[in-house]
Design a protein around this ligand. Structure first.
Ligand code: 13P
Ligand code: SF4
Length: 356
Protein backbone atom coordinates (compact mmCIF):
# COMPACT_ATOMS: atom_id res chain seq x y z
CA UNK A 1 0.00 0.00 0.00
CA UNK A 2 0.99 3.66 -0.52
CA UNK A 3 3.80 4.46 1.97
CA UNK A 4 2.61 8.06 2.27
CA UNK A 5 -0.81 6.89 3.42
CA UNK A 6 0.66 4.35 5.83
CA UNK A 7 2.72 7.14 7.40
CA UNK A 8 -0.33 9.41 7.66
CA UNK A 9 -2.44 6.67 9.27
CA UNK A 10 0.33 6.05 11.81
CA UNK A 11 0.70 9.73 12.62
CA UNK A 12 -3.05 10.30 13.05
CA UNK A 13 -3.39 7.23 15.25
CA UNK A 14 -0.44 8.28 17.38
CA UNK A 15 -1.94 11.75 17.80
CA UNK A 16 -5.27 10.28 18.92
CA UNK A 17 -3.67 7.80 21.33
CA UNK A 18 -6.14 6.03 23.65
CA UNK A 19 -8.98 8.26 22.49
CA UNK A 20 -9.47 6.05 19.46
CA UNK A 21 -10.10 2.31 19.30
CA UNK A 22 -9.95 0.70 15.86
CA UNK A 23 -11.87 -2.54 15.30
CA UNK A 24 -11.24 -4.68 12.22
CA UNK A 25 -13.42 -7.53 10.97
CA UNK A 26 -11.52 -10.52 9.58
CA UNK A 27 -12.80 -9.76 6.06
CA UNK A 28 -11.07 -6.39 5.89
CA UNK A 29 -8.16 -5.65 3.55
CA UNK A 30 -4.60 -6.21 4.85
CA UNK A 31 -3.86 -2.48 4.56
CA UNK A 32 -6.70 -1.81 7.02
CA UNK A 33 -6.09 -4.77 9.35
CA UNK A 34 -2.59 -3.38 9.89
CA UNK A 35 -4.12 -0.48 11.85
CA UNK A 36 -6.72 -2.44 13.82
CA UNK A 37 -6.28 -2.53 17.61
CA UNK A 38 -8.29 -5.76 17.63
CA UNK A 39 -9.54 -8.08 14.93
CA UNK A 40 -12.35 -10.57 15.24
CA UNK A 41 -15.58 -12.09 14.02
CA UNK A 42 -18.77 -10.15 14.56
CA UNK A 43 -19.39 -11.66 18.01
CA UNK A 44 -15.92 -10.89 19.32
CA UNK A 45 -15.98 -7.36 17.91
CA UNK A 46 -19.36 -6.64 19.54
CA UNK A 47 -17.90 -7.66 22.89
CA UNK A 48 -14.64 -5.82 22.30
CA UNK A 49 -16.48 -2.59 21.46
CA UNK A 50 -18.45 -2.84 24.71
CA UNK A 51 -15.26 -3.50 26.68
CA UNK A 52 -13.61 -0.13 25.92
CA UNK A 53 -15.78 2.49 27.67
CA UNK A 54 -12.80 4.88 27.87
CA UNK A 55 -12.38 5.22 24.09
CA UNK A 56 -14.01 8.41 22.82
CA UNK A 57 -14.06 7.23 19.22
CA UNK A 58 -14.63 3.72 17.92
CA UNK A 59 -13.54 3.43 14.29
CA UNK A 60 -15.29 0.38 12.90
CA UNK A 61 -13.57 -1.24 9.94
CA UNK A 62 -16.34 -3.56 8.87
CA UNK A 63 -19.86 -3.00 7.57
CA UNK A 64 -22.78 -0.80 8.59
CA UNK A 65 -24.68 -3.28 10.81
CA UNK A 66 -21.52 -3.91 12.83
CA UNK A 67 -21.02 -0.19 13.45
CA UNK A 68 -24.67 0.10 14.50
CA UNK A 69 -24.23 -2.76 16.95
CA UNK A 70 -21.13 -1.08 18.36
CA UNK A 71 -23.09 2.15 18.82
CA UNK A 72 -25.88 0.25 20.62
CA UNK A 73 -23.44 -1.50 22.96
CA UNK A 74 -21.29 1.53 23.81
CA UNK A 75 -22.20 4.56 25.89
CA UNK A 76 -23.85 7.66 24.41
CA UNK A 77 -20.66 9.62 24.95
CA UNK A 78 -18.72 7.31 22.64
CA UNK A 79 -18.91 8.01 18.93
CA UNK A 80 -18.79 5.23 16.36
CA UNK A 81 -17.33 6.00 12.94
CA UNK A 82 -17.67 3.91 9.75
CA UNK A 83 -14.91 5.09 7.36
CA UNK A 84 -17.13 4.65 4.27
CA UNK A 85 -20.91 4.93 4.63
CA UNK A 86 -21.38 2.83 1.49
CA UNK A 87 -20.04 -0.23 3.34
CA UNK A 88 -23.38 -1.99 3.79
CA UNK A 89 -24.25 -5.68 3.67
CA UNK A 90 -26.46 -7.11 0.94
CA UNK A 91 -27.77 -9.76 3.31
CA UNK A 92 -28.80 -7.24 5.97
CA UNK A 93 -30.60 -5.25 3.24
CA UNK A 94 -32.74 -8.31 2.42
CA UNK A 95 -34.91 -7.77 5.53
CA UNK A 96 -36.46 -4.32 5.95
CA UNK A 97 -38.49 -3.20 8.95
CA UNK A 98 -41.67 -2.97 6.83
CA UNK A 99 -41.24 -6.47 5.43
CA UNK A 100 -40.64 -7.95 8.86
CA UNK A 101 -43.67 -6.15 10.34
CA UNK A 102 -45.76 -7.56 7.49
CA UNK A 103 -44.39 -11.03 8.18
CA UNK A 104 -45.44 -10.71 11.82
CA UNK A 105 -48.97 -9.85 10.63
CA UNK A 106 -48.96 -12.99 8.48
CA UNK A 107 -47.88 -15.09 11.48
CA UNK A 108 -50.57 -13.46 13.61
CA UNK A 109 -53.26 -14.16 10.98
CA UNK A 110 -52.17 -17.79 10.83
CA UNK A 111 -52.50 -17.97 14.62
CA UNK A 112 -48.84 -18.89 15.21
CA UNK A 113 -47.26 -15.58 16.28
CA UNK A 114 -47.69 -16.43 19.95
CA UNK A 115 -45.58 -19.55 19.54
CA UNK A 116 -42.80 -17.76 17.66
CA UNK A 117 -39.54 -16.45 19.13
CA UNK A 118 -37.51 -14.38 16.65
CA UNK A 119 -33.77 -15.03 16.37
CA UNK A 120 -31.93 -12.54 14.20
CA UNK A 121 -28.45 -12.90 12.85
CA UNK A 122 -26.07 -10.11 13.75
CA UNK A 123 -26.04 -9.31 10.03
CA UNK A 124 -29.23 -7.26 10.20
CA UNK A 125 -30.14 -3.60 10.61
CA UNK A 126 -30.75 -2.03 14.04
CA UNK A 127 -34.47 -1.93 13.13
CA UNK A 128 -34.58 -5.70 12.78
CA UNK A 129 -32.67 -6.12 16.04
CA UNK A 130 -35.23 -3.83 17.71
CA UNK A 131 -38.11 -5.90 16.29
CA UNK A 132 -36.38 -8.98 17.70
CA UNK A 133 -35.97 -7.44 21.14
CA UNK A 134 -39.58 -6.22 21.21
CA UNK A 135 -40.91 -9.71 20.46
CA UNK A 136 -38.87 -11.49 23.10
CA UNK A 137 -36.11 -12.72 20.81
CA UNK A 138 -32.34 -12.72 20.69
CA UNK A 139 -29.53 -11.93 18.27
CA UNK A 140 -27.02 -14.59 17.26
CA UNK A 141 -23.79 -14.70 15.31
CA UNK A 142 -22.26 -17.56 13.37
CA UNK A 143 -20.33 -18.55 16.49
CA UNK A 144 -23.30 -18.88 18.85
CA UNK A 145 -26.26 -19.72 16.59
CA UNK A 146 -26.87 -23.11 18.22
CA UNK A 147 -26.89 -21.65 21.72
CA UNK A 148 -29.27 -18.91 20.57
CA UNK A 149 -31.66 -21.43 19.02
CA UNK A 150 -31.52 -23.67 22.11
CA UNK A 151 -32.41 -20.64 24.21
CA UNK A 152 -35.24 -19.63 21.86
CA UNK A 153 -36.84 -23.07 21.91
CA UNK A 154 -36.61 -23.12 25.71
CA UNK A 155 -38.78 -19.98 25.83
CA UNK A 156 -41.88 -21.62 24.37
CA UNK A 157 -43.95 -24.76 24.53
CA UNK A 158 -41.68 -27.69 23.54
CA UNK A 159 -44.29 -29.19 21.24
CA UNK A 160 -45.46 -26.05 19.42
CA UNK A 161 -42.57 -23.57 19.84
CA UNK A 162 -41.12 -22.07 16.64
CA UNK A 163 -38.34 -19.75 15.63
CA UNK A 164 -38.51 -17.02 13.01
CA UNK A 165 -34.89 -16.84 11.82
CA UNK A 166 -33.79 -13.60 10.12
CA UNK A 167 -32.33 -12.83 7.60
CA UNK A 168 -29.92 -15.64 6.58
CA UNK A 169 -31.83 -18.76 5.59
CA UNK A 170 -28.57 -20.72 5.28
CA UNK A 171 -27.25 -20.09 8.77
CA UNK A 172 -30.72 -20.86 10.14
CA UNK A 173 -31.12 -24.09 8.18
CA UNK A 174 -27.55 -25.27 8.73
CA UNK A 175 -27.75 -24.74 12.47
CA UNK A 176 -31.17 -26.41 12.78
CA UNK A 177 -30.28 -29.45 10.69
CA UNK A 178 -26.59 -29.88 11.37
CA UNK A 179 -26.36 -28.91 15.02
CA UNK A 180 -29.84 -29.52 16.41
CA UNK A 181 -31.01 -32.66 14.68
CA UNK A 182 -34.00 -31.12 12.92
CA UNK A 183 -34.93 -32.26 9.43
CA UNK A 184 -35.12 -30.16 6.29
CA UNK A 185 -38.89 -30.63 6.46
CA UNK A 186 -39.00 -28.82 9.80
CA UNK A 187 -37.90 -25.66 7.95
CA UNK A 188 -39.99 -23.43 5.68
CA UNK A 189 -38.80 -20.35 3.81
CA UNK A 190 -40.71 -17.08 4.13
CA UNK A 191 -40.37 -15.06 0.92
CA UNK A 192 -41.05 -11.37 1.64
CA UNK A 193 -41.75 -10.75 -2.05
CA UNK A 194 -44.73 -13.12 -2.16
CA UNK A 195 -48.19 -12.71 -0.63
CA UNK A 196 -48.22 -14.36 2.83
CA UNK A 197 -44.54 -15.11 2.34
CA UNK A 198 -45.53 -17.79 -0.18
CA UNK A 199 -46.70 -20.04 2.67
CA UNK A 200 -50.06 -21.42 3.76
CA UNK A 201 -51.27 -21.19 7.36
CA UNK A 202 -50.92 -25.00 7.58
CA UNK A 203 -47.28 -24.85 6.50
CA UNK A 204 -46.60 -22.18 9.11
CA UNK A 205 -48.30 -24.25 11.81
CA UNK A 206 -46.32 -27.38 10.95
CA UNK A 207 -42.91 -25.67 10.77
CA UNK A 208 -40.36 -25.46 13.57
CA UNK A 209 -38.06 -23.05 11.78
CA UNK A 210 -39.47 -20.21 9.68
CA UNK A 211 -36.46 -19.04 7.67
CA UNK A 212 -36.35 -15.61 6.11
CA UNK A 213 -35.40 -15.74 2.44
CA UNK A 214 -32.07 -13.92 2.72
CA UNK A 215 -28.54 -15.00 1.92
CA UNK A 216 -24.96 -13.73 1.68
CA UNK A 217 -24.03 -12.79 -1.86
CA UNK A 218 -20.47 -14.03 -1.29
CA UNK A 219 -20.98 -17.30 0.62
CA UNK A 220 -24.11 -18.17 -1.38
CA UNK A 221 -21.89 -18.64 -4.43
CA UNK A 222 -19.88 -21.60 -3.17
CA UNK A 223 -21.31 -24.75 -4.72
CA UNK A 224 -21.29 -28.49 -4.20
CA UNK A 225 -19.23 -28.76 -7.41
CA UNK A 226 -16.53 -26.56 -5.89
CA UNK A 227 -16.25 -29.03 -2.98
CA UNK A 228 -16.13 -32.02 -5.34
CA UNK A 229 -13.56 -30.31 -7.59
CA UNK A 230 -11.19 -29.44 -4.79
CA UNK A 231 -11.38 -32.98 -3.38
CA UNK A 232 -10.47 -34.35 -6.81
CA UNK A 233 -7.64 -31.84 -7.27
CA UNK A 234 -6.09 -32.07 -3.79
CA UNK A 235 -6.24 -35.59 -2.30
CA UNK A 236 -6.63 -35.54 1.48
CA UNK A 237 -7.81 -31.92 1.56
CA UNK A 238 -9.90 -30.75 4.54
CA UNK A 239 -12.86 -28.66 3.46
CA UNK A 240 -13.72 -25.94 5.97
CA UNK A 241 -16.61 -23.55 5.25
CA UNK A 242 -18.58 -20.76 6.88
CA UNK A 243 -22.19 -21.60 7.89
CA UNK A 244 -23.50 -18.86 5.57
CA UNK A 245 -22.84 -21.33 2.73
CA UNK A 246 -25.73 -23.32 1.25
CA UNK A 247 -26.84 -26.46 3.07
CA UNK A 248 -25.52 -28.82 0.37
CA UNK A 249 -22.06 -27.20 0.65
CA UNK A 250 -22.05 -27.39 4.44
CA UNK A 251 -23.24 -31.01 4.30
CA UNK A 252 -20.34 -31.91 1.99
CA UNK A 253 -17.70 -30.07 4.05
CA UNK A 254 -15.53 -31.59 6.79
CA UNK A 255 -15.72 -28.63 9.17
CA UNK A 256 -18.05 -25.66 9.52
CA UNK A 257 -17.62 -22.50 11.57
CA UNK A 258 -17.36 -18.75 11.94
CA UNK A 259 -14.32 -16.77 10.87
CA UNK A 260 -12.88 -17.01 14.39
CA UNK A 261 -13.39 -20.81 14.32
CA UNK A 262 -11.69 -21.05 10.92
CA UNK A 263 -8.61 -19.23 12.20
CA UNK A 264 -8.39 -21.41 15.33
CA UNK A 265 -8.79 -24.60 13.28
CA UNK A 266 -5.90 -23.60 11.04
CA UNK A 267 -3.73 -22.62 14.00
CA UNK A 268 -4.29 -26.10 15.43
CA UNK A 269 -3.77 -27.91 12.10
CA UNK A 270 -0.66 -30.09 11.79
CA UNK A 271 2.16 -29.17 9.37
CA UNK A 272 1.71 -30.84 6.00
CA UNK A 273 -2.09 -30.65 6.17
CA UNK A 274 -4.12 -29.26 3.26
CA UNK A 275 -7.16 -27.03 3.54
CA UNK A 276 -9.77 -25.57 1.19
CA UNK A 277 -11.59 -22.66 2.81
CA UNK A 278 -15.05 -21.39 1.88
CA UNK A 279 -15.23 -17.87 3.21
CA UNK A 280 -14.31 -14.32 2.16
CA UNK A 281 -11.16 -13.99 0.06
CA UNK A 282 -9.26 -11.34 2.08
CA UNK A 283 -9.24 -13.66 5.08
CA UNK A 284 -8.37 -16.79 3.09
CA UNK A 285 -5.41 -15.05 1.39
CA UNK A 286 -4.12 -13.71 4.69
CA UNK A 287 -4.33 -17.17 6.26
CA UNK A 288 -2.67 -18.83 3.25
CA UNK A 289 0.27 -16.41 3.56
CA UNK A 290 0.48 -16.69 7.31
CA UNK A 291 0.51 -20.49 7.43
CA UNK A 292 2.65 -21.14 4.33
CA UNK A 293 5.74 -20.88 6.57
CA UNK A 294 4.35 -23.72 8.74
CA UNK A 295 3.88 -25.93 5.69
CA UNK A 296 0.08 -25.82 5.77
CA UNK A 297 -1.39 -25.58 2.30
CA UNK A 298 -4.43 -23.32 2.22
CA UNK A 299 -6.49 -22.73 -0.92
CA UNK A 300 -9.66 -20.77 -1.67
CA UNK A 301 -12.59 -23.14 -2.16
CA UNK A 302 -13.81 -21.65 -5.43
CA UNK A 303 -11.81 -19.36 -7.70
CA UNK A 304 -14.94 -17.83 -9.24
CA UNK A 305 -16.08 -16.34 -5.92
CA UNK A 306 -14.66 -12.91 -5.15
CA UNK A 307 -14.22 -10.41 -2.32
CA UNK A 308 -17.14 -9.02 -0.35
CA UNK A 309 -17.41 -5.77 -2.28
CA UNK A 310 -18.87 -3.80 0.63
CA UNK A 311 -16.27 -4.99 3.15
CA UNK A 312 -13.67 -3.90 0.60
CA UNK A 313 -15.03 -0.36 0.48
CA UNK A 314 -13.12 0.34 3.67
CA UNK A 315 -9.65 0.96 2.29
CA UNK A 316 -6.59 2.84 3.51
CA UNK A 317 -7.58 6.22 1.97
CA UNK A 318 -10.96 6.10 3.80
CA UNK A 319 -9.33 5.03 7.05
CA UNK A 320 -6.73 7.82 6.82
CA UNK A 321 -9.47 10.37 6.14
CA UNK A 322 -11.48 9.18 9.16
CA UNK A 323 -8.48 9.15 11.50
CA UNK A 324 -7.11 12.51 10.36
CA UNK A 325 -10.55 14.10 10.72
CA UNK A 326 -10.87 12.75 14.26
CA UNK A 327 -7.34 13.95 15.07
CA UNK A 328 -8.49 17.44 14.06
CA UNK A 329 -11.52 17.09 16.33
CA UNK A 330 -13.97 16.58 13.46
CA UNK A 331 -16.22 13.52 13.70
CA UNK A 332 -17.10 12.18 10.24
CA UNK A 333 -19.44 9.34 9.20
CA UNK A 334 -20.84 8.88 12.68
CA UNK A 335 -23.23 5.94 13.04
CA UNK A 336 -25.92 6.73 15.55
CA UNK A 337 -28.98 4.60 16.22
CA UNK A 338 -32.05 6.51 17.45
CA UNK A 339 -32.83 6.02 21.17
CA UNK A 340 -36.06 4.03 20.81
CA UNK A 341 -34.61 1.58 18.27
CA UNK A 342 -31.49 1.37 20.39
CA UNK A 343 -33.32 0.40 23.58
CA UNK A 344 -35.11 -2.59 22.00
CA UNK A 345 -32.11 -3.62 19.91
CA UNK A 346 -29.96 -3.53 23.01
CA UNK A 347 -32.36 -5.85 24.79
CA UNK A 348 -31.91 -8.41 21.99
CA UNK A 349 -28.13 -7.97 21.91
CA UNK A 350 -27.88 -8.32 25.68
CA UNK A 351 -29.85 -11.55 25.54
CA UNK A 352 -27.20 -12.80 23.14
CA UNK A 353 -24.32 -11.66 25.33
CA UNK A 354 -25.94 -13.44 28.30
CA UNK A 355 -26.28 -16.80 26.47
CA UNK A 356 -24.49 -19.56 28.36
P1 13P B 1 -18.55 -13.89 11.31
O1 13P B 1 -17.48 -12.88 11.43
O2 13P B 1 -19.44 -13.84 12.50
O3 13P B 1 -18.06 -15.25 11.02
O4 13P B 1 -19.51 -13.42 10.12
C1 13P B 1 -19.16 -13.42 8.82
C2 13P B 1 -19.77 -12.33 8.04
O5 13P B 1 -20.27 -12.52 6.99
C3 13P B 1 -19.72 -11.00 8.55
O6 13P B 1 -20.27 -10.18 7.62
FE1 SF4 C 1 -22.73 -9.25 4.24
FE2 SF4 C 1 -21.82 -11.50 3.11
FE3 SF4 C 1 -20.37 -9.30 2.98
FE4 SF4 C 1 -20.68 -10.57 5.33
S1 SF4 C 1 -19.63 -11.34 3.52
S2 SF4 C 1 -20.83 -8.36 4.95
S3 SF4 C 1 -22.79 -11.32 5.09
S4 SF4 C 1 -22.41 -9.63 2.04
Amino acid sequence: SDPGLVERARAAKAKLGDKVFVLGHHYQRDEVIEFADVTGDSFKLARDAAARPDAEYIVFCGVHFMAESADILTSDAQQVVLPDLAAGCSMADMATAEQVAECWDVLTEAGVAEQVVPVSYMNSSADIKAFTGKHGGTICTSSNAKRALDWAFEQGDPSTGKVLFLPDQHLGRNTAVRDMGMSLDDCVVYNPHKPNGGLTADQLRAAKMILWRGHCSVHGRFSLESVEDVRARIPGVNVLVHPECKHEVVAAADYVGSTEYIIKALEAAPPGSKWAIGTELNLVRRLANRFAAEDKEIVFLDKTVCFCSTMNRIDLPHLVWALESLAEGKVVNRIQVDPETESFAKLALERMLALP
